[in-house]
Design a protein around this ligand. Structure first.
Ligand SMILES: [Fe+2]
Length: 77
C-alpha cells in the first residue's frame, strides 16, 4: 500500500523522474544491442545484453516504487 504522506521534495521527485527516463532508455538500448547480437549469432553477448536490459528496467521500477511510496508520483513519459 502506498503511504499518502509526502516525504520527498518536489525537486528530488523531479530528479528521480528524470533518472527513470534514463534507466528506461538504457534498457531499450541494451535490448536493441541484444537483438543485433542475436541476429549476428553472438549468442553469449546477446544473452548478456538481454539480461542487462532487464536489470536497467528493474532500476527504473525501483525508482517508481520509491517515489510513489515517498508520496510522490512516478512518471514514464
Ligand atoms: Fe541503471
Amino acid at each position: 500500500m502506498i503511504t499518502p504522506t509526502r516525504s520527498i521534495t518536489k525537486e528530488t521527485e523531479a530528479l528521480l523522474n528524470n533518472q527513470i527516463i534514463l534507466e528506461g532508455q538504457a534498457s531499450a538500448y541494451y535490448l536493441s544491442m541484444a537483438s543485433w547480437c542475436e541476429t549476428q549469432g553472438y549468442d553469449i553477448s546477446s544473452q548478456f545484453l538481454y539480461h542487462h536490459s532487464e536489470e536497467e528496467r528493474m532500476h527504473m521500477l525501483k525508482l517508481f516504487k520509491y517515489i510513489n511510496t515517498a508520496g510522490g508520483y512516478a512518471l514514464q513519459p
